[in-house]
Every structure is written in C-alpha cells, then in structure tokens.
Design a protein around this ligand. Structure first.
Ligand code: ADP
Length: 326
C-alpha cells in the first residue's frame, strides 16, 4: 500500500470538457483515501509560480456539469527547460506534495514523463483532450462532447447547405488526428471526411469527387481535419476552386466552439472513473502511467507507450462513411 499524504492536481495544455469531472473525482477519491489534496492553477506554470490552493471536497462541488477547467490551464514554456522543472520540484517539496495527477494531452504527458524521470517523482496522468489522439485508451476525456458539438453544428450547416447548391468544407480540430473528422462525419451524415492518416496514401479530394460526390445530391458536406497534411478546409477549398471551378464552395471553421460546453454523460462518467482510477493507481504504487479505458476496462498505460505510439484510426469507418453517403 502506498503512503502518499498529499497529492497535487493540475490541468494543462488544451482544455477539454470533462476536465472538471476528473478534478472532482481525483479530489474526492484522494480525500476518501485519507490524503490531502492541493489544486495547482494554470498547469505547470502554477507549479513554478506556486499558485496552489488546498482543496477540500467543497472546492469541487457543483462543477461536474461545467465545461473548461476550474484549475485553469496554460502552456508553459519554462517547464520545457531543466531550470523550470527544478523550480517546479522545489515548489512541490515546499508544499509537501508527494505525488502529482496531471490532466492533459500529449504535451502534458510528455512533460509529466520527463519530470517524473528527472526527479524520481510519482506522477499519474489522465488523458484530457478533445482530439482522442492518445495511444492506449479507446477514448479521451472531452472527445465525446466535442463530437456531439460537431454533430450539432453540422446539423445546422446542413439546413443552409441544402437550401443552395453547394459544397461545404467544415474544418474540425484534431491536431493531426482524424478521429473527430471521421466520426463527426459519420454522426452528422456528411458525405466524406478528409483526414491526415490517409493523406499520404491517396488524394482524398479527387477520390471523393471521382466517387461521385454530388452525383445524386444538390449539396454536400465534407469534414476536414485541421492539419498541415490535409491543408485544412481552406486549403481543400482553394484546390476545388482551381480544379473544379463549377462547384460552389463554402468553408466553415468550427474552431474553439468544439472545446466548450457542458460535458456529455459519457465524458462525465469516463472522467469520474479515470479520476478514481488515478488514486487507485497511486495506492497500488503505480507511477508514470496514464489511466486509459480499453473495452470498458480501466488500464494503466506507461507514459512512454501513450506518447510515443500512434493511435490508429479504424479504417472500416471510412468504408462505412462511403457506403452510407451515396
Ligand atoms: P497538450 O497537453 O494539450 O498536448 P501542449 O502540447 O501545449 O498541450 O503541452 C502542455 C504543456 O506541457 C506545455 O505548455 C509544457 O508546459 C508541457 N510540455 C509539453 N511538451 C513538453 C516537453 N517536451 N518537455 C517538458 N514539458 C513539456
């Protein structure tokens, strides 16, 4: 059994709906298991500046339904330097925090891994990102809510698209991963998705047009994953204007809308399960692992695996999208 007395908790990098549910679960599970909890504000920045508050169970009351993160988040360049991390370690010693729970994406877990190794400090990570791009977990906290937001937005765009004779290219987030674009397209009944995972294999735009995009319809909706590889919605639309000038093209970039909103039931449940699992992991003396969910079961994924490996997209979904959009 572990002997941790006080754990620190922070959210870092891009915010995601459900982070608050995770903060709540980590806090309450730690207190339930007799530990003290300290909330660290603004991610790794708060570790360096010492912006830290004692958390009681009331500090996390009434937040499960709120988007964003009550602990705020930040991008902290100093933490990428050894000097910055040394300062962070000194803060932890001063605050008598003996284990850390970090909630964030790929960058946050990379920082956590480096810090944990450098100072032999116990860290457990929770996958908090709308992009769903972390290996070792079927889903990440925030992904389901973002997917639902995309679906609702595309439903609205469809109303106007079908009143005209147009192709809409809708750009969604994903940071070099196509999960939101592909599943967003399936959920909203879009005609196609352009995703980075297969950009190098085939020209998705010409493939889509050759397959007969718009042959049986007046309007079409195509979801494009933001990425240098896809060129984003603007890049794709520019190409269409040049190569297929008879098409009337419109672009919508959903942008930060996708990060906001009250978390879905699935994200709240997942974040709660993962938050409790983070404390279980520490009690079992696990360290330097990310909590994941695979086939409905909680798993501990070493940071090295979660960060380094690329999570593959389910290619069957591309075919399903194609069949269902004729
Ligand atoms: P996300 O966690 O959403 O992927 P970022 O990539 O912005 O977001 O990372 C969040 C923070 O994690 C960064 O601002 C930085 O403080 C820390 N971080 C990212 N990469 C590293 C790294 N290689 N070394 C140390 N810290 C890092």
């Amino acid at each position: 059994m572990s002997t941790f007395k006080c754990i620190g908790i922070l959210t870092s990098g891009g915010d995601a709906p459900g982070m608050n549910a995770a903060i709540r679960a980590v806090t309450r599970s730690a207190i339930y298991n007799g530990m003290k909890v300290k909330g660290i504000y603004r991610g790794y920045k708060g570790l360096i500046t010492g912006e830290i508050e004692d958390f009681k169970t009331q500090n996390v009351s009434n937040i499960i339904q709120r988007g964003g993160t009550i602990l705020k988040t930040a991008r902290c360049l100093e933490f990428k330097t050894q000097e910055g991390r040394k300062q962070a370690h000194e803060t932890l010693q001063k605050e008598e925090i003996d284990a850390l729970v970090t909630i964030g994406g790929d960058g946050t877990l990379t920082g956590a891994r480096i810090f944990a190794q450098e100072f032999n400090f116990p860290v457990v990570g929770l996958p908090g990102t709308i992009d769903n791009d972390l290996f070792g977990t079927d889903v990440t906290i925030g992904y389901d809510t973002a997917l639902n937001t995309i679906m609702e937005c595309v439903d609205k765009i469809r109303d106007t698209a079908s009143s005209h004779d147009r192709i809409f290219f809708i750009e969604v987030m994903g940071r070099d991963a196509g999960f939101l674009a592909l599943n967003g397209a399936l959920a909203s009944g879009a005609e196609a998705a352009i995703i980075p995972e297969i950009s190098k294999e085939k020209d998705q735009l010409s493939d889509m047009i050759e397959f007969g995009l718009r042959s049986s319809k007046n309007s079409s909706i195509v979801l494009v994953a933001e990425s240098e590889v896809t060129g984003g919605a603007m890049g794709v639309a520019e190409r269409v204007k040049k190569e297929y000038p008879n098409f009337d093209v419109r672009v919508t970039i959903l942008g930060h809308l996708q990060r906001g909103g009250s978390p879905s039931a699935q994200d709240r449940i997942m974040a709660t399960r993962m938050g409790v699992a983070a404390i279980d992991a520490l009690l079992e003396d696990q360290r330097n692992v990310m909590i994941g969910i695979q086939n409905e079961q909680i798993v501990y994924v070493p940071f090295s695996k979660a960060i380094r490996n690329e999570k593959s997209i389910n290619r069957d979904l591309l075919n399903i999208l194609r069949i269902s959009s004729i």
